[in-house]
Design a protein around this ligand. Structure first.
Ligand code: XMP
Length: 579
């Protein structure tokens, strides 16, 4: 919104804020205000005389500390809700009734604080929005900052411009100059060795560093970890060459990665090993290139969501450890030996910076691809999941309220999710019996909101072949054979969406290999196309049924796959990737 915003820890002293700010936003977080060790802030911030807006935990923090009450909600709310406007407020000026907002909470404000009015509610949450117009203190249970809150930006604009009366004096062009200066200052007289993956973030970071320091002081390193898409490694090196980057080295480290990941099943363990292997491969390359260690620091294309989800701010929960946030990297960061020019930015901003730096549209608009690549899209198992599949009678109740007869079965594997800003690791539920996306959308939210042991819902696309959902009999860990199979199916999917001109419309399309079989030892595939703006939240993509049938047929025609599932879970409660 062209206004400078700074992020402070909650223990900031109100005095420090006093000279600097025209408004304060208190963010969400994973805790409950009623926990013994809940996050506190100095309550004198309420006397600073500047407008305050609390979001989610921030909303509850205001209620809890100014005389209201916060209790666990009767039903948890994750995903979409509709806003019902109540008392008038400047914060919700020009917001329509029934506007869609995005919720992710287990606690609710039950009693208003003193001198506050309720300004909006939703079906499941009485005090969804509250205000004290005289003191300019506001609270919202939902998340206006995520782009799935339909008029969220308008609400934030009301706060920032109408209530805080902030001025628009901050532009991306200014940020770039600032970034270049910051890079020069941090790197000083050293040089930077930056890991590039061919994706947007590391390419933009590489371009920024090269612009700030010149080609002689920046070397890019592309590490082939063996988990890239089919033929992707060759494409990436050719593309960089074409784009005029002559300071790029490549190394094939796939053997190292495969050896270390043999017999590893746990997703977090996998991620940590992958992160460490990137570092070791980088050291091998540096030695081969004879880069004197004291002179070179490491560059990374880390962006803001990576560090948030790894629990990177003091009070955030670890949703998953991103490969660029493992312990040894954290140690290097402390020693000042890492430079991450994009660490404060979201994906959409990184794309904007990339365009301004003159990177090609094709590169800037590529689908994001995670550093650990297909390794986190190939689920492994060692049979331990089979024993604790929840038996949940409530599922039938939730589904039976529906007009169609919906079949369902819990799948004996687990995936990572995020609910109320906390990590979950739970079972998916497969359903079949309708292909109406709106109906599926409603069902999906109802299931994950009401059934604790389920964090994902899948639509089974080939129900005629349904026998059992059994775990493949062999223990499954990452092998070249499995990755080759996943590459083949992923390639079918990527080609199909390009042919059908869906590549732009879909923001990211993970294809996941899961160890579920039809008693025939062939694994299954989960299609996970989503739309998003910044990966912090996402909607599952509602694909044209004809195109989806075509893709399903192509996958089954390989005769290498048992079932094809379509992930119909938004984020939250599911994450985009499965691990
Ligand atoms: P999740 O699965 O957390 O993903 O909803 C959000 C975005 O981050 C990408 N992702 C990663 N990117 N290293 C990366 O460079 C990682 O370890 C990693 N894990 C997830 C994911 O593809 C999505 O775009």
């Amino acid at each position: 919104m062209n206004v400078l915003a700074k992020i402070y820890s909650s223990d900031i002293s109100p005095k420090e804020l006093k000279n600097d700010v025209v408004g304060i936003i208190i963010s969400g977080g994973p805790q409950s205000v009623n926990d013994n060790n809940s996050i506190e802030a100095d309550l004198k911030i309420f006397n600073l005389g500047v407008p305050i807006l609390g979001l989610c935990y921030g909303h509850q923090f205001i209620a809890h500390n100014l005389g209201g009450a916060v209790k666990p909600s009767k039903s948890r709310e994750y995903g979409k809700s509709e806003l019902k406007l109540q008392n008038k407020s400047l914060l919700l000026k020009n917001i329509k009734d029934n506007s869609t907002v995005w919720m992710s909470h287990g606690d609710s404000v039950e009693n208003l604080p003193n001198n506050f009015d309720c300004i909006a509610s939703t079906e499941d949450c009485g005090i969804t929005a509250m205000s004290n117009e005289d003191k300019k203190i506001y609270g919202l249970q939902f998340h206006p900052e995520v782009n799935h809150s339909e008029e969220g930006m308008k609400i934030l604009k009301n706060f920032i411009f109408k209530i805080c009366k902030a001025e628009k004096n901050w532009r991306v062009e200014d940020i770039i100059n600032d970034l270049l200066q910051k890079i020069k200052k941090q790197v000083n007289n050293k040089k930077v060795f930056i890991l590039v993956s061919g994706g947007v973030d590391s390419s933009v970071a590489f371009a920024l560093l090269t612009k700030a320091l010149g080609e002689n002081r920046v070397k890019g390193l592309y590490i082939n970890n063996g988990f890239m898409r089919k033929n992707e490694s060759e494409e990436i090196t050719t593309n960089f060459d074409k784009a005029g980057f002559h300071n790029l080295e490549t190394i094939d480290a796939s053997k190292l990665f495969f050896n270390r990941l043999e017999n590893i099943f746990d997703p977090e363990e996998k991620r940590k090993i992958i992160g460490q292997s990137f570092l070791d491969a980088k050291d091998m390359a540096a030695k081969n290139l004879k880069l004197e260690s004291g002179n070179w620091i490491l560059g990374q294309g880390t962006i803001y969501p990576d560090i948030i989800e790894t629990g990177g701010s003091k009070n955030a929960d670890t949703i998953k450890t991103h490969h660029n946030r493992i312990d040894s990297i954290q140690k290097l960061i402390k020693k000042g030996l890492i430079i991450e020019p994009l660490v404060d930015f979201y994906k959409d901003e990184v794309r904007q910076i990339g365009s301004l730096l003159g990177l090609s549209n094709g590169l800037v608009n590529r689908h994001p691809f995670p550093g650990p690549g297909l390794a986190i899209r190939c689920l492994c198992h060692n049979n331990s999941n089979q024993n604790n599949i929840p038996k949940n009678e409530k599922i039938a109740d939730v589904l039976n309220n529906n007009s169609n007869k919906i079949n369902h079965e819990i799948i004996p594997i687990k995936s990572v999710g995020v609910q109320g800003d906390n990590r979950t690791y739970a079972h998916p539920l497969a359903i079949w019996g309708t292909k109406n996306w709106n109906e599926l959308d409603t069902l999906s939210s109802k299931i994950t909101n009401n059934i604790k042991d389920i964090n994902r819902v899948l639509l089974l696309l080939n129900p005629k072949e349904k026998k059992s959902f059994s775990l493949s009999s062999e223990n499954l860990s990452l092998s070249k054979k499995k990755i080759k199979l996943l590459q083949e199916i992923d390639d079918i999917v990527m080609k199909s969406i390009k042919e059908n001109k869906l590549y732009k419309e879909i923001w990211q399309f993970p294809v996941v290999l899961v160890p579920i079989t039809n008693n025939n030892n062939k694994e299954s595939i989960v299609l996970r196309p989503i739309v998003s703006r910044d990966a912090m939240t996402a909607d599952f993509y509602k694909m044209d049924n004809k195109i989806l049938d075509l893709i399903t047929k192509k996958i089954l025609d390989t005769k290498k796959i048992s079932y094809v599932f379509y992930d119909i879970t938004h984020k939250p409660p599911g994450t985009i990737e499965w691990e």
